[in-house]
Design a protein around this ligand. Sequence first.
Ligand code: NAD
Ligand code: ZN
Length: 358
Amino acid sequence: MKTVKLKTSQNSYEIFVGAGLLLQTGDLMREAGISGTKAVIVTDTTIDNFHGETVRASLESAGFQVMTVTIPPGEEQKSINTAVMLYEKLTGFYAERSTPLVALGGGVIGDLTGFAAATYMRGVPLVQVPTTLLAQGDSSIGGKTGVNHGNLKNRIGVFYHPKLTVSDVAVLKTLTERELSNGLSEIIKHGVILDAGLFRYLEKNMETIRQCDDTTLEYIVARSAAIKAGVVGQDEYDLGMRNILNCGHTIGHAIESVSGLTVWHGEAVAIGLSTEAKLAHELGILSSKDMGRLRKLLLAAGLPCDIPELDPERLFEAMKHDKKNTDGRIRFALPCSIGASFLTDEINPELIKKVLVM
Ligand code: NAD
Ligand code: ZN
């Protein structure tokens, strides 16, 4: 097992990464100081079928009286209506301020449950038990919680950190191949922007990773979590340095939204990474060798690199409305080599349009 520590303004807590950790969830919660008698697991029906019972049994053997709330899978569930349903379930269970909410799932469950935990009774303990690679390596870390409002992603939310995070890499074996690849994108991004060593490790071990080997998964999840924790520790509220995590996302978000979410987040980020690398290359900042290494790694991870049949004008319009922009200038986090990157909002719009059709 590997442990990553994260210090925030709200608390300091640990992220545990290892194979078979679901069985220890209850004990790890007790060790982290969660003392209540009740606990609520929030999950979706798919995850519940695979892993719900293991977590429930672990919590019960640690002395918790458990209620499980299951919702259907899907992004549509990340809504204020589902949060209200959760509040009602919590009231019916006589949940107290000490009653932890255990988010057992991917980013949808993590964001929704985190939001409910932050707001119910002005905050009850949160435990993140991420079950997708995207959630383990990225979304469960950093305290961003929230729900969508109509078509507006993550429009309502709050920064709220868990008391602990339990990332059991063995649960990734029940993901589909597409889901696993989807999660690899953000991990590759962490390597590109900040850690050449992680990038090399991914280059060397991609085949083993895609076979869901526990040891390699443990390494990349823990490393990815540590990189994100390091950035979040320096800019918890996303006011500066944290923007570097947006590498691949300026173009990626546009692709996600113009495609009507048929291109998944991780896939859109992969296309974004590869296209933003072209932009950095056009600017003379990134070598063609490094641009090639990135493309090769993304393809080896089973991810797309080329922009699908989408209107470049609409993509450019979507980028102009990205919430990271200031004064209408499109902001990018661009790689300058493998393991190093910088922020800029001074790219010539014509050059952006050029790489969108390259
Ligand atoms: P997801 O939560 O929708 O999960 C994907 C699918 O995988 C679901 O159908 C789920 O039922 C299934 N699943 C989950 N774990 C499984 C397992 N172990 N075995 C089998 N099936 C399993 O998708 P996601 O990619 O994890 O998360 C996407 C969400 O994360 C988006 O809402 C996005 O906005 C959010 N996000 C949040 C942050 C953040 O910082 N908070 C960062 C990135 C993304
Ligand atoms: Zn992302």
